[in-house]
Design a protein around this ligand. Sequence first.
Ligand SMILES: N[C@@H](CCC(=O)N[C@@H](CS)C(=O)NCC(=O)O)C(=O)O
Length: 213
Amino acid sequence: MAPVKVHGNVLSVCTRRVIAALYEKDVKFEVVPIDLGTGEHKKEPFISLNPFGEVPAFEDGDLKLFESRAITQYIVHEYADKGTPMVFQDSKKMAMIAVGCEVEGQKFDPAASKLTFEQVIKPMLKMPTDAAVVEEYEAKLAVVLDVYEIRLAQSKYLAGERFTLADLHHIPTIHYLMGTQSKKLFVCRPHVSAWVADITARPAWKKVIALQK
Ligand SMILES: N[C@@H](CCC(=O)N[C@@H](CS)C(=O)NCC(=O)O)C(=O)O
């Protein structure tokens, strides 16, 4: 069987989300580098893997997927017997993971990704950061993090006492934001701060970061 392949860029948050899941599950994989700078993701052969022209794309044998969060869902179920569990059998507990994953995608990520784009991606592209946009989106993220602070006062992780996919989905954007002024939004909330320290210290995440060197 063909090995698992992740077509993407090891600096991209969406690619990193998938690679973090693979390391957590102890699944062997190959990264097929896609050069975003030359627009490789907008052309064949990549565009046949993801018709929206965004990284990552994923292959496991005959299966071809795109959308990082759908890929992580596949990984945790297909490789259920390997590595960190990250899901539950119990449907009520599983529903809590689904809530955490939805909140990440629908509430957290729109603000966190915008802040990452302004403060991390734009400087990489030698474009100026828009301070007004940063202020606007920090206010939006603060509202989301107030909800997280309450949730994380009740349980160590978003879906209970165990690290799950709901936590993992946040790590790539949080990692970048911890290197920006927006770090203050995380550190001023004690439960959020402890959660961030915990999830970003995971050995699997350290392996993801090591890929950029
Ligand atoms: N919802 C998609 C978003 C994919 C996405 O926006 N990827 C970014 C990198 S994190 C990308 O390819 N940006 C380049 C572009 O859109 O041209 C996912 O989670 O996979």
